[in-house]
Design a protein around this ligand. Structure first.
Ligand SMILES: NC(=O)c1ccc[n+]([C@@H]2O[C@H](COP(=O)([O-])OP(=O)(O)OC[C@H]3O[C@@H](n4cnc5c(N)ncnc54)[C@H](O)[C@@H]3O)[C@@H](O)[C@H]2O)c1
Ligand SMILES: O=C(O)[C@H](O)COP(=O)(O)O
Length: 592
């Protein structure tokens, strides 16, 4: 590990000058963290107001009951896109399954009120994630409760196609008895290619092995040891196509997987292959599949999912003799639906309370114990961002921001995503009307041309605290308070957490010490007796309570920076009077 060192100039309240050398230590062991989970209010709704949750598709009763303990629940199924857009501006959360398209228009129509979209299931391809992120809306899903149901449905379709169950059933019901027509194929000893070796894919593989099949899998992101553990070989797309007798699809619908099974892919499969799709309709080019079925390249297909759902009446695949279809039933077992409903209700309620969800799709998942430990630093970083940006002179534009984290912990033992988001929030919110949270911070920062870089200083000292101090610097700008520009030419503010509260400890090159609450007056004056009294008198005449005051100076009799923490906001008149004190060279009023 590299050793980073820095000189730190500290001028304390009683104006003694101290110069300390900080040096780094190699990474320390991970220290015990507080156990109690803590909530972090990043998305929380206004205190006291009962949130409204719109449930737009059938959800298991256990989930509805749980939602009702916390929110007003509006179960409105079969809404048209227009009706959904109209309703959404009155809702704090929306719960959907795969049948509701949560488009950009939905987020725009919400006008900032929608805080969470809960997908009661796995696939989030029906939710416009970019639009959600841009609107600061958290998306959570329920990724585990329907895995087994989907895997079982995959196996049901696999066995059904191998023995023509659906076709034979229809034939018997039509009064026929066609025993020769519906001779099937055996599964034992056949090769099954599982495409997408995630939760569902691996459960399908496990079950297929139990049926005596040879199972291979294609998944560019799956760990080989997980596959090996259940006796499955990971292979290339090409090998999967060319060796499989059966192909079962279990990947998400993404830009990369869209129409992955197209004419080209079908030209390379073994003649007579059978395909099962319980993933998403869009991973197959449906026209190409029809051609492959008609030419006999694909002997049979079993489809639970379609590009358009429900598929149009005239859909030729649905009507094809060699295709078995179900209406997106993969997750539809009583057990899975109750599980999914509870899983999503818990995630949505948690998110509305301000907790970070373990199943967040568009935000970092920060474990509860890390949140608890970081929470005072979250407040500190936001306030440092707010202070720094208010020190920028009008018209300068904020672009280059550096955040320095000084800690005795090793870099791998400090997750700064949350802190970075809060600096961004502090920098942007005072100068705009946008709402910044953990979900959209990086996006909004980028959109506004903010180039935020992070730096670690590894300190000698106790690693029990996650951070010793945090510094926020803005480069290439003028300041309305010249003393805020440090020797390196950047607006610099530095703070630390003392007794669980955020404190400002440095402005420019001046050491200060003020609790970051209420608002602040920063004042540079020539160091002489009586100034503190004069400023104090002006504020007390206005009944403005001073909660903290600190003076840092370069040397006795030279310049000093006075930092005054205020409970109330002083009038313009009082601020003007402070500026008129002869020894005061510059001052600035900052809101936290
Ligand atoms: N029909 C249903 O009712 C139903 C029910 C549950 C899940 N699903 C669908 O099944 C799919 C899998 O769900 P899951 O819970 O197993 O998800 P998962 O995220 O656990 O697994 C998906 C796997 O696909 C892999 N993958 C990604 N891109 C790939 C590519 N280009 N080629 C091959 N593999 C790729 C990923 O690495 C991952 O391992 C999803 O599309 C989901 O929406 C459908
Ligand atoms: O992705 C999923 O979880 C499944 O496709 C289930 O979708 P559903 O909730 O609409 O049944």
């Amino acid at each position: 590990m590299s050793v980073i060192s820095s000189w730190n100039l500290t001028i304390s309240l009683n104006t003694t000058l101290s110069l300390s050398w900080r040096s780094s230590l190699p990474s320390r062991a991970i220290f015990p963290r507080p156990k109690k989970p803590k909530t972090l209010v990043v998305l929380a709704i206004a205190l006291g107001a009962k949130p409204t949750v719109l449930v737009s598709e059938k959800l298991g009763d256990a989930g509805i009951q749980l939602l009702k303990t916390f929110a007003n629940v509006d179960c409105s199924y079969n809404l048209s896109p227009e009706e959904l857009c109209t309703k959404i501006s009155l809702c704090d959360a929306l719960i959907v399954r795969s049948g509701t398209k949560v488009t950009r228009e939905v987020f725009e129509s919400a006008m900032g009120r929608l805080k969470v979209v809960g997908r009661a299931g796995v696939g989030i391809d029906n939710v416009d994630i970019s639009a959600a992120t841009e609107h600061g809306c958290l998306v959570v899903n329920a990724p585990t409760a329907n895995t087994i149901a989907a895997a079982e449905h995959g196996i049901a379709l696999l066995t059904a196609v191998s023995r023509n169950v659906a076709q034979a059933d229809a034939s018997v019901k039509a009064g026929k008895w066609e025993r020769n027509k519906y001779v099937g194929v055996s599964l034992v000893g056949k090769t099954l290619a599982v495409m997408g070796f995630g939760k569902v894919g691996s459960e399908v593989a496990r079950r297929a092995k139990g049926l005596g099949m040879q199972v291979i899998a294609h998944d560019p992101y799956a760990p080989a040891d997980r596959a090996r553990a259940i006796g499955v070989e990971l292979v290339s797309f090409e090998e999967a196509l060319t060796t499989a007798d059966f192909i079962s699809l279990h990947m998400p619908l993404t830009l990369a997987t869209s129409k992955m099974f197209n004419d080209e892919a079908f030209s390379r499969v073994k003649k007579g292959v059978r395909i099962i799709n319980v993933a998403r309709g869009g991973v197959i080019d449906e026209e190409a599949l029809l051609r492959a079925l008609d030419s006999g390249i694909v002997a049979q297909a079993a489809l639970d999912v379609f590009t358009e759902e429900p598929p149009p009446q005239e859909n030729k695949l649905v009507r094809h003799e060699n295709v078995t279809v179900t209406p997106h039933l993969g997750a539809s077992t009583t057990e899975a639906q109750e599980g999914v409903a509870l899983e999503i209700a818990e995630a949505v309620v948690g998110a509305l309370k301000g907790e970070l969800a373990a199943t967040a799709v568009n935000a970092p998942m920060v474990p509860a114990e890390v949140l608890l430990e970081l929470s005072p630093y979250v407040a500190l970083t936001e306030k440092l961002g707010r202070l720094a940006v208010q020190l920028v002179a009008g018209g300068s534009g904020v672009k280059f921001v550096k955040v320095t984290y000084a800690s005795a912990r090793g870099p791998d033992d400090l997750d700064t995503r949350l802190l970075r988001a809060m600096v961004t929030k502090g920098l942007i919110e005072p100068i705009s009307s946008v709402f910044v949270n953990l979900v959209n911070a990086d996006f909004i920062g980028k959109q506004r041309g903010l180039r935020l870089t992070e730096e670690r200083i590894v300190l000698d000292g106790s690693p029990e605290k996650p951070l010793e101090f945090i510094q926020v610097r803005i480069a290439n700008v003028e300041s309305k308070f010249a003393s805020a520009i440090s020797n390196s030419g950047e607006i610099t503010v530095e703070g630390r957490v003392k007794d669980g509260k955020p404190h400002l400890t440095k402005v420019g090159s001046f050491g200060v010490d003020v609790s970051l609450e209420g608002s602040i007056v920063l004042c540079r004056q020539s160091d002489q007796p009586g100034i503190i009294g004069k400023v104090g008198n002006i504020l007390s005449e206005e009944n403005v309570n001073v909660n903290f005051m600190s003076v840092g100076r370069i040397a006795p009799g030279k310049q000093a920076v006075m930092t005054i923490g205020l409970d109330e906001e002083p009038s313009r008149d009082a601020l003007k009077k402070i500026g008129e004190i002869t020894a005061v060279e510059e001052f600035v009023f900052l809101k936290l």
